[in-house]
Design a protein around this ligand. Sequence first.
Ligand code: ATP
Ligand code: MG
Length: 381
Amino acid sequence: MMKVLGLIGGGQLGMMITEAAKKMQDHISEVIVLDPTPNCPAAKVGAKQIVADFKDEKAIFELADKVDILTYEIESGNSEVLKQAESKTMINPSPETLRIIQDKFLQKSFLAQNKIPVTDFVEIKSLDDLKEKIKQFGYPALLKARRDAYDGRGNYKIKSHDDLEPAYSSFPGKSLMLEKFVDFKMEVSVIAARNTKGQIATYPVVENIHENNILKITIAPARVSENIAKQAEKIAHDTMDVLHGAGVFGIEMFVTREDQVMINEIAPRVHNSGHHTLQSSKTSQFEQHLRAILGLELGDTTLVHPTIMYNILGTDEFSGRYKISDFGAENLYLKMYGKEESKPQRKLGHFNLVDSTNTLGVEGLLKSLEAIKEQIKFIKT
Ligand code: ATP
Ligand code: MG
């Protein structure tokens, strides 16, 4: 039976979900997206659009009425309204899972209860509470806003006693938590999926390099030992076992200096570190997400070609309309998101550099990347 797909959020993730949906014409007849920006990236590739805020109750119900299955590309959705909308349509991942994940404290509590490794953490209720609890963790420690944080903007690294007051007062009115600082040697992630029938699949672990708290490069596969790869995969599998609802999840992890793997956080959605799958794997994470929520058998997650994903971020030099210089290389797949204006650090596109002959390996790809990076220039238009 053909289904109408509803999507909350129509940025680049929604755009690539829409593109995958268009290739699944036997299963999905139409995509309707809810997004506040008129002609959002998903609309540009063929989704119909309801223009409204992501949390707008009326718009969410309007969308739920129009579609057979509903999903989302953002974790800041209105989980309470989505719970009510479950009586109108099937929503995945489940709004209850979204509610837990979108609060970092509830998320870590849930993982810890299920014996999935995370760093030590504690809820913070007041400045005095912070002053008391920091003694458990020592310095440095991270004070985090529990909700609505992204690109590290909800984090404050407390390096000494002198940072306690400024850290606390930088989050007025926010619910907070404190985390023990993890002295990691690498950040990795696993893209995992579960379909509505309970089938689970995980992609091989990848390595993530951040700049200014924003993902810059993903290296697939991660340069880790088999032992670490197995730990990461097991953690991802165990997580999928306990989370309710279907879909693709991006599971961000740390590898400690002692070669232990622990979860940093989970995204209940397709993830930037899974963009390499568009070229590296038989099934992209976007198709996989749709297969999961449609109840289809999950696709093959084998990494067929080593691949590097490089994010194209707006430069700090200017905001406004832009062009990027022509650049390219063999086996480079560029994907721009159709955003007309650049802003500092805004995700404007990415490319995948693919070792299609399986001869270069990730070290060879990284070397090619150095030369390619130099060619990318922003031109103000
Ligand atoms: P994003 O939007 O990138 O997912 P976020 O705002 O949700 O980020 P986190 O994922 O909590 O924030 O943290 C951002 C980065 O800060 C992590 O990728 C990691 O580099 C660092 N970080 C977070 N928690 C810790 C920790 N407990 N110890 C050490 N570093 C940490
Ligand atoms: Mg994060």
